[in-house]
Design a protein around this ligand. Structure first.
Ligand code: NDP
Length: 305
């Protein structure tokens, strides 16, 4: 297809101002237009899916996760889908480090006490330090590698889980999915950075929480439905794991009545682990790269369909 008009869909505004992205891309050799013109575009940059996008030649997702998009319909309509993987390593890595430091240095407790002006020291042996602890990161892609990098710098020893079990730089050991239960046993932190696919739906279930140490904490920054949230809630309520930090949920926003809100050792963040003031530039650079590649007839970067 000929790329003359590239539209930026209004759903992008849910993660950063779409106008910033349009301005950042304004020097491209194509017309970059806002939402009102999307129906007449050859390509679109978006957060959400719309039926109308099946008419364009190329759709770029501003998120790394593309579970919102109907792959088969894209394929049958000859629509290329690209995503924004490759940019969230440092942001998500630092967010996860923040969760672990909150647990080890009890920061979430102090913040909670502060909202009630309460001067309340933790028990002398509640706090600990990270060197010497270990983490198992399930998913060793961009997010997983970023997490391994930042946690490694904090002295945490990091292992990983991926389908093949092949080694990945930054991970001391990598397990195959078949050995998931072995991989999550005997670590202080289990951290999920997986995409949502048919294969990963509820991959983290009651058996995984059962296999974890009672003192271990669980982190999910991948996608909510990768985790059986009822099994997680049960594990937290029964004390079979010690706590959790969660950025993604089976239903978002997390409903007000969810028991997860009320738990002392559960940190809830509203699907923002990858947020940064640079988000539109990082995403824009992938779009720019692909416009260049389209012009020169090269294959798309980050092509999913
Ligand atoms: P990548 O494609 O770089 O990495 C995905 C990783 O998951 C790969 O290491 C892959 O390894 C592994 N994987 C895929 N399927 C399976 C499976 N069935 N079992 C085990 N491992 C599997 O993606 P990113 O790291 O950039 O992003 C990962 C996901 O994180 C996104 O899809 C998105 O849903 C989510 N995300 C969440 C954010 C947030 O704000 N909380 C921000 C950005 C992303 P292998 O192929 O070797 O199995």
């Amino acid at each position: 297809f000929e790329l003359e008009r590239l539209g930026v869909h209004e759903s992008v505004d849910q993660v950063f101002p779409s106008a910033e992205l349009s301005a950042y891309l304004s020097d491209l050799p194509v017309d970059v237009v806002g939402d009102e013109a999307v129906p007449d575009c050859d390509a679109v940059v978006t957060l959400e899916h719309r039926e109308a996008f099946l008419e364009v030649g190329w759709v770029h997702s501003v998120q790394a996760g593309v579970d919102r998009f109907p792959f088969e319909e894209f394929e049958s309509n000859d629509v290329v889908l690209t995503n924004s993987t490759g940019i969230h390593d440092r942001t998500v890595g630092e967010t996860v480090a923040g969760y672990l430091l909150a647990f080890s240095r009890r920061l979430h407790e102090h913040v909670a006490n502060g909202t009630e002006r309460r001067w309340d020291q933790p028990a002398w042996d509640d706090a600990f330090t990270l060197p010497g602890t270990s983490a198992c990161v399930v998913g060793t892609g961009t997010l997983g590698s970023g997490v391994a990098d930042v946690l490694g710098a904090l002295g945490v020893s990091v292992t990983g889980v991926r389908r093949s079990g092949d080694p990945v730089p930054g991970f001391e050991e990598v397990y195959a999915n078949d050995d998931l239960l072995e991989a999550v046993a005997d670590v202080e932190f289990v951290i999920v950075t997986l995409p949502l696919t048919d294969e990963t739906h509820h991959l983290i279930d009651a058996d995984v929480f059962e296999a974890m140490d009672e003192e271990a904490r669980f982190v999910n920054v991948g996608r909510g439905p990768v985790v059986d949230q009822d099994a997680l809630t049960d594990a937290l309520e029964s004390g079979s794991i010690a706590g959790a930090a969660l950025d993604v949920f089976e239903t978002e926003p997390l409903p007000e009545e969810s028991p997860l809100w009320g738990m002392d050792e559960v940190i809830v963040t509203p699907h923002c682990a990858a947020f940064t003031e640079d988000y539109f530039r990082d995403t824009g650079d992938i779009v720019r790269e692909n416009v260049d590649r389209l012009e020169s007839g090269e294959a798309f970067h980050n092509r999913v369909v």
